[in-house]
Design a binder for this molecule. Structure first.
Ligand code: ALA
Length: 876
């Protein structure tokens, strides 16, 4: 067999789709933009989600690319035959254009013409159907595969767990799929017999998810809604494809990974057979490289914890194999050489990558070495490591249990994981729900009750209204909610001190962040919380040195973040007052969030604000900012505050004394938060969104200072871009857009001569029983038919059917049901019954379905056919 390399495979795939009318687009960074449901980009479609939902329309409907992907759920399996943390995915898409038939024709073309595979080597799986999802077996795909040349006994129907893909992350587009497997031959197990088990582990290797047929959008609440149009999404792991096409044993033999594995062996000075830990370091270094190059930075939480965990694992392996440190630089060089040509951000990032990985390595190296000494001490003392020891290693040195296990194994000692789990659970109970997960120790939550001994300490004295720096004494240190006497660097902890300038989260305002400096310690405080006992806890991680209870330290709040937060808090008060002026005195605060970057304000008001009301509110707040009014703070009794007309929070209990914050005569509110000295420090104020959060409650998001200026600049930039596309000046952009829209509508409706925009004039509008039934002809492409049918079915709250007859006589129909009707009728059943009677076929989802009739019998009245169908189905 002549070997085919990754470059040839990449180009064969992309070249084939380009030749077949697909535009090649760039891949996205692995760190997702605007997708909090996803830790990292994990498939080619993930960055394209807005195309599938119809939020954004791509310049070209048919696309292809290669996309860097990170799959963290496979980390534990890395080092085996084909699991990787980082891999490249070759992908192709049709956004609302072609569907199953053409997708499968293309797939077959690429496999047999492009990759020269014989049909007899190929097996395909299709969706077996799932009543729970309301989707029938995918007969169309099976038939399409047979048509192109795959024999029936090579087509395997599998259930949803195998052949229903997505969403990427917790929510988003998903649908049934069809996958292609390569037969690696008799040496790897018995051949598949129809009806028997299809062995996807050894003999048959998946090489391509050749079509996810995107039909649904899964919501965060777990429900499936039909997408406005159907799309095709395909994806194939490049390293895996190289393995399959060349009959390799593992993906690490691919030309993308083999040189990296060799350099890892060289780094460790271990020649001879390739071992799992060589593969593991190669994978982890590659994954760290792309994650860091794409902008994530090592940290103890979320995305940042992944590169930290990967580098730490590599360091531990090196140390446990007798090296002083991880001399990763030559390995990184090989990775940059291999990936650089396809990822310019890696090629240009050598210095940054070296620096960040080196810092991580050195930091962790120190901790691990201390941990290892301690472990050796324990082993020497009692010859064993129990669960409590393993847990302590984690709590004190940040050593994940799997690393402790590995080190212990090197010394020939086993760790009982049962014990560890027990210890872990007891600890969870002790710290009242302070969960610790694989992502490292967790900070306390405000709702956590502090241990009894801590609650007895004097309450925290807050000095942050007047200054940002204070000397303080450490009263307690908590790791995972448990009091400890000393803290080492790198371990997240919660700190209690006697006095602090740090504002603790409360009244909607976030807790302060900043720095801690001791005689032998330097740490970062990322947030501050307050607890019912009257203590503030500071989330701290030491960057250097160590800290002990009783130490004297200096605490400094990050001034820039504080001033931005204060500006947003003061602006919230002005907004609250302005809304009462603009909308009326019924406006009361229903919630608020004040951060350095933005403010969010929820208030009672029955209807959406009009554009005029929003503008009037923005103007009023900005006018008030320009008055330069000073902030006044008065302490008084709640009754006095009420007499002065200060705004308070409904239902809130106040003590004997309250703090009243006012700006001139404009605003007076009860508030414990931190504010700017005078209103001009707010700079400028812009509302970014106004929306509903619950019945009768509206939400405003707004920005101030540089945030407001950036927002204004972005808006101007967008307007400039839009007007340049429309070839108008910004002032006339709306008129130009309207003109363009009218032209497009005229073209779409085929009514150019008549000069009419595309509208459906229903030829039928009736009721069957109590179901409203509307039907009409619309000369437009399928995506337009679908969108219009959906819009009209919602508008009429009934069944809507639209159709279009092409020049060749082929008639296309779409049936859409309003949600209330979809509970009783099924769009697919309607389309099948109707088209079946007039010589066509169709399919779709319960809420929307489409069908085709090659030639409509003369005199057919489709509206009347629809009435017949619905009468029959409602009677059934
Ligand atoms: N998005 C599909 C997958 O990742 C193609 O398998």
């Amino acid at each position: 067999m002549t070997r085919v390399g990754s470059e040839a495979i990449r180009e064969t795939f992309l070249g084939f789709f380009e030749k077949n009318g697909h535009a090649r687009i760039a891949g996205a960074p692995v760190v997702p933009k605007n997708d909090p449901t996803l830790l990292f980009i994990n498939s080619g479609m993930a960055p394209l989600k807005p195309y599938f939902t119809g939020e954004v329309t791509p310049a070209h409907p048919d696309l292809c690319n290669y996309q860097a992907c990170i799959r963290t759920k496979d980390i534990e399996d890395v080092g085996d035959r084909h699991h990787l943390t980082f891999f490249e995915m070759l992908g192709s898409w049709s956004i609302g254009n072609y569907f199953k038939d053409h997708a499968i024709e293309l797939a077959y073309g690429l496999l047999t013409d492009g990759f020269k595979l014989k049909p007899s080597q190929l097996y395909v799986t299709v969706f077996a159907g799932d009543p729970a999802l309301g989707i029938p077996a995918d007969e169309e795909s099976a038939a399409a595969w047979e048509r192109v040349g795959i024999s029936r006994d090579h087509i395997v129907a599998l259930p949803a767990e195998d052949n229903f893909w997505g969403p990427a992350g917790n929510s988003g587009p998903c649908g049934p799929c069809t996958e292609v497997f390569l037969d690696t031959g008799d040496a790897f197990g018995p051949a598949y017999v129809p009806g028997g088990e299809f062995d996807t582990k050894r003999r048959y290797i998946e090489i391509w998810n050749a079509g996810v047929f995107m039909q649904f959008n899964k919501g965060l609440d777990g429900t499936f809604q039909p997408l406005p149009f159907t799309s095709v999404d395909t994806g194939s792991g490049l390293e895996r494809l190289e393995l399959a096409l060349n009959g390799l044993d593992t993906v690490y033999e691919s030309d993308l990974l083999a040189p990296v594995v060799t350099s890892v062996q060289e780094m460790l000075g271990e020649t001879g057979e390739i071992q799992r830990h060589h593969r593991l370091i190669a994978d982890h270094m590659r994954a760290s490289t792309i994650i860091l190059a794409d902008g994530a930075r090592p940290s103890n939480e979320g995305r940042g914890y992944i590169p930290r965990r990967l580098v730490r694992k590599c360091v531990t392996v090196a140390l446990s194999r007798g090296h002083d440190t991880l001399n990763f630089e030559p390995v990184l060089d090989v990775i940059i050489d291999r990936l650089g040509p396809h990822y310019p951000r890696i090629a240009g990032g050598r210095d940054m990558l070296t620096e960040v990985i080196r810092a991580e390595r050195d930091d962790f190296g120190r901790t691990v070495r201390r941990g290892m000494e301690r472990l050796d001490g324990i082993i020497a003392g009692k010859g064993a490591i129990d669960g409590a020891d393993a847990f302590n290693m984690f709590a004190t040195y940040g050593l994940p249990v799997e690393i402790t296990k590995e080190i212990a194994a090197e010394r020939g000692v086993e760790v009982s994981l049962d014990d560890y789990e027990k210890e872990f659970r007891q600890h969870q109970v002790r710290s009242r729900g302070v969960a610790e997960t694989a992502s490292g120790p967790k900070h306390l939550k405000a709702s956590d009750v502090l241990p009894g001994t801590i609650a007895k300490l004097p309450r925290t004295d807050f000095l942050g209204y007047d200054g940002l720096t204070t000397q303080a004494r450490v009263l307690a240190i908590l790791v995972n909610g448990n009091p400890v006497e000393t803290l080492e660097s790198g371990v997240p902890a919660d700190l209690i001190v006697d006095r602090t300038p740090f504002y603790a989260e409360g009244g909607g305002q976030v807790g302060d962040s900043g720095e801690l400096v001791g005689t032998d310690a330097h740490g970062r405080i990322t947030s501050t919380l307050s607890h019912s006992s009257g203590h503030s806890t500071h989330h701290v991680t030491l960057i250097d040195g160590s800290l002990a209870v009783g130490d004297q330290i200096e605490l400094s709040v990050e001034a820039y973040a504080r001033v931005r937060t204060a500006a947003n808090h003061s602006a919230t008060h002005l907004l609250n007052a302005a809304l009462r002026r603009v909308l009326g005195d019924h406006v009361t605060q229903a919630g608020s969030l004040v951060e350095p970057e933005r403010l969010r304000f929820d208030f009672t008001h029955p209807t959406p604000m009009t554009a005029e009301q929003i503008e009037a509110t923005e103007r009023l707040v900005n006018d008030w900012i320009l008055t330069g009014a000073k902030r006044h703070v008065d302490i008084m009794t709640p009754d006095e505050a009420k007499a002065q007309g200060a705004i308070s929070l409904a239902g809130e209990a106040y003590g004997d004394e309250v703090r009243v914050v006012s700006f001139g005569s404009m605003s007076k509110e009860l508030c414990g938060g931190t504010h700017v000295d005078h209103t001009t420090m707010i700079g400028s104020f812009r509302i970014t969104t106004e929306q509903s959060v619950a019945a009768g409650v509206r939400r405003i998001n707004a920005v101030t200072r540089d945030g407001a200026i950036n927002y204004a600049l972005e808006q101007t930039h967008t307007l400039r871009e839009v007007s340049s596309v429309l070839r108008s000046n910004p002032r006339d952009a709306a008129v130009a857009a309207q003109r363009l829209l009218d032209r497009v509508n005229r073209k779409g409706s085929g009514a150019a001569e008549a000069g009419q925009p595309a509208t459906v004039r229903p030829t039928l509008d009736t009721t069957v029983g109590d179901v409203r039934v509307v039907a009409g002809k619309l000369n437009a492409e399928m995506p337009v038919l679908r969108t219009e049918a959906q819009r009209l079915s919602a508008e009429h709250n009934g069944v809507v059917m639209l159709w279009n007859t092409a020049d060749n006589g082929k008639t296309t129909v779409v049936v859409s049901l309003a949600p209330a009707v979809a509970a009783r009728l099924n769009a697919t059943a309607i389309v099948r019954d109707l088209t079946g009677r007039v010589g066509g076929s169709g399919g779709g989802s319960p809420a929307i379905a489409q069908g085709g009739v090659p030639a409509l019998p003369a005199g057919t009245d489709l509206g009347q056919e629809l009435v017949t169908t619905i009468t029959a189905l409602t009677a059934a």
